[in-house]
Design a protein around this ligand. Structure first.
Ligand code: SF4
Length: 102
């Protein structure tokens, strides 16, 4: 079967759409503060909003970006966390499992 120019264009467009969709699916979702595990750990996407009465161990400038469990690259706005597989936490976030990076 000979592919016509029209068929080629349609197939190219479909291929490009598939690629765009794949890159969207690969972008990991952010951890929601309402996620049961996040809520149990007192996770806040903005560390300044941490309930300091409940989590007395929190002290500024602690944040996910300086946590040993943070997997994001230096300077990134968000990255993975060993506690939340397949999701991302905010670099400016914090939770009660915070452990200062060595
Ligand atoms: S364990 Fe560390 S990186 Fe993960 S959410 Fe808590 S403070 Fe952020």
């Amino acid at each position: 079967m000979k592919t016509t120019r029209r068929q080629f264009m349609i197939m190219s467009a479909a291929g490009a759409a598939t690629l765009a969709l794949n890159s969207k699916v690969q972008a990991q979702a952010m951890v929601a503060e309402t996620d049961p595990q996040a809520a149990a750990l007192g996770y806040k996407a903005d560390a300044s909003k941490v309930d300091k009465a409940k989590y007395a161990k929190y002290a500024a400038p602690q944040a996910c970006s300086s946590c040993a469990l943070y997997q994001g690259a230096a300077g990134s706005a968000a990255g993975g966390c060993a506690l939340f597989a397949g999701k991302q936490v905010s670099a400016k976030g914090w939770c009660s499992a915070y452990a200062k990076k060595a």
